[in-house]
Design a protein around this ligand. Structure first.
Ligand code: PHE
Length: 349
């Protein structure tokens, strides 16, 4: 307690001591609660120790007051600053004190960023290979006329593919294309040979959704028309493609039939699962069919206004969905349509 008869020197000495012990008290506070107790003890408005010195100022001789008052103000600001500094240190978001730097070597939490669909990956890879061989990419409408989808492609009237059971009609003459081949006609009408074009797109058939069928699926058409094109070009180009896409697995051509190609052939690649010995994926044959192909029928060239005496060509059509299934070992085609992220994660690149 300060006494009423204190000398100026005592006042100054005691005030200096108070300042030092207050600074120590603030520094020693281990948390905000302790600091608050110290603040009340030293800087409290009512009973704070400094408050007593303010009151005692009035008891000093008049001529000594200005000097002692200045010292009082200095002590007050010193203590206030010491308190505020400690408060910053102890604040919850303090970056000083014992805060440790981030450990940059720590592995980050894995983030799923999404990926392209496996069928899209296959289409893009096929496009890339054919682009190197001089092909450009074209597209055509999914709603087609009967003539483009069937007539121009040499389907005889009443061909079974035109049946209501096989094709989705959306008008008298308009249907959802059953293959990408009508874009052959559209391309031949639009551009003069030489033509080398790749046509990816969605096609529709009146099929049930089962493990190996879907009513809507992707196809990729290829068309090459020029002077002097022969079956050798077809075989060489498609074999080159298969070697690039499937690695050095053996391939074979089997005779087949399409109204719009003559001769026609289906291409198989050796089953990648069993290596040719026969398994469930290849239905014990050792081979997986990847595409249909053939020399463009002269009637198709003529229907599109191309001179079939001067030009010849070859074409193919394949299903990237089927290829994705064999490449990624997918047991059921319907998985491709589920948009299940857990599945996409497995094939993501
Ligand atoms: N359009 C045929 C189909 O959908 C495939 C094909 C295209 C065959 C081009 C030969 C030439 O099955």
């Amino acid at each position: 307690m300060l006494t009423a008869t204190m000398s100026v020197d005592d006042y100054k000495r005691l005030l200096a001591e108070l300042t030092t012990s207050g600074q120590r008290a603030f520094e020693a506070a281990r948390d905000l609660e302790e600091l608050e107790h110290a603040r009340i003890e030293y800087l409290g408005d009512q009973r704070g120790k400094l408050r007593e010195f303010q009151i005692a100022l009035g008891t000093l001789p008049k001529e000594a007051r200005p000097d002692a008052g200045r010292q009082f103000n200095t002590a007050k600001s010193t203590l206030t600053e010491a308190h505020d500094r400690r408060r910053q240190d102890l604040a919850p978001n303090a970056t000083r004190g014992d805060a440790r730097p981030a450990d940059l070597s720590m592995p980050p939490r894995r983030q799923w960023r999404g990926s392209k669909h496996p069928v899209t990956l296959v289409i893009e890879e096929i496009e890339g290979i054919f682009r190197e061989l001089g092909f450009t990419v074209a597209t055509g409408p999914e709603a087609e006329t009967e003539w483009y989808n069937f007539g121009s492609l040499n389907f005889p009237p009443n061909h079974p593919a035109m049946d209501l059971h096989d094709t989705l009609y959306i008008g008298d003459d308009v249907l959802l294309r059953t293959h990408t081949s009508p874009v052959q006609t559209r391309t031949l009408q639009k551009y003069a040979p030489p033509i080398r074009v790749l046509i990816p797109g969605r096609v529709y058939r009146r099929d049930f959704f089962d493990p190996s069928h879907a009513p809507a699926f992707e196809q990729i058409e290829g068309l090459c028309v020029d002077e002097g094109i022969s079956f050798v070009d077809l075989k060489a180009t498609l074999t080159r493609f298969a070697n690039r896409f499937f690695g050095r697995r053996p391939t074979r051509f089997r005779p087949s039939y399409f109204p719009f190609t003559e001769p026609s052939a289906e291409m198989d690649v050796q089953c990648g699962v069993c290596g040719g010995s026969g398994c469930g994926v290849c239905k014990q044959t050792g081979w997986v069919e990847i595409l249909g192909s053939g020399m463009v029928h002269p009637a198709v060239l003529e229907a599109a206004g191309v001179d079939s005496e001067r030009y010849t060509g070859w074409a193919f059509g394949m299903g990237p969905g089927r290829i994705a299934i064999s490449r990624y070992g997918i047991p059921d085609i319907r998985i491709l349509y589920d948009s299940d992220v857990r599945f996409l994660e497995q094939v993501a690149e």
